[in-house]
Design a binder for this molecule. Sequence first.
Ligand code: FES
Ligand SMILES: [Fe+2]
Length: 331
Amino acid sequence: MALTARFNPLRLLRTPAWPDQAPTWADAKPAVIDAALRRAEARPSGNWFVLGASSELRPGRALGRGVAGIELVVWRDSEGAPHVGPGACPHLGAPLCDAAVTEGRLLCRWHGLSLDGAGRPGWRPWPAHDDGVLIWVRLDEIGGQDSLPAPVLTTRPPAESSVSAVMTMIGRCEPADVVANRLDPWHGSWFHPYSFANLRVVSAPGLDCADAEDRFVVQVAYRVGGPLGVPVTAEFSCPEPRTVVMTIVDGDGAGSVVETHATPLGPGRDGIHRTAVVEATVAHSDRPGFTVARALAPALRPLMRRAAARLWRDDLAYAERRYTQRTSRPS
Ligand code: FES
Ligand SMILES: [Fe+2]
């Protein structure tokens, strides 16, 4: 039996029918979620914003991104270091996301102006950081906090024994709505019954809470297929204002993390704010079979992204609803 459990984390789940599960609304107190959100918003970010997956930023290619209405271009120099600059060419405004990248420099397609990470008058790059899974930019004029030399990062499992995948989705809301959704763990089995079963919030932070205790602890089974699932204990916490981290602390995959980052894109032409949800899943397991899973990483990544996207389709509906309700409320 012990040997079976070592190789096979799946359990046959005994779950009530969806309408018969225990309601969680009485525990999911809006004031508790709100207080956790306010504490997260008060933490230092160093003015760093997640732009996307490190793997998306291939050498020799520029990418266009936006944060809070600022158009950005991202590229790697010949050493592989990331750089982020204004997205419009300082000559006549050509889109630099379409620039060629030659020998680590941007080469504007309109008239051949060459730009590098040192910048030039009228075109100043911002600090950029590649943490191995995600690319970040520091925008002091947007963040409004004291700057930090590097983003506030989460402890991840070692890269050599994990598989990571990054999913990005855009919502019509602000980062606070995305973070508030993640700080409501009580919705798991009710709102995502296709992914979660038997969710129980073991502990939640109080209205006043020291940083060290500021986390939600949840027991839940991840559904793998039909009645089969993997039971785990997970913690949710916010290392900085726009990030919620779920860490598996017990059960299969202990040490794995799911980092949800919310990056403000600014309002669209309709005046409604947009936010990019960039979610990095870094899966890890000590099980012998995980070595095989690592070898299959290229095939696994699309599946991991698809699972995250399915959850976020629903979670963005929740976040967008929260945004609509709070912004349309008569004052
Ligand atoms: S617009 Fe870029 S070189 Fe002219
Ligand atoms: Fe959710």
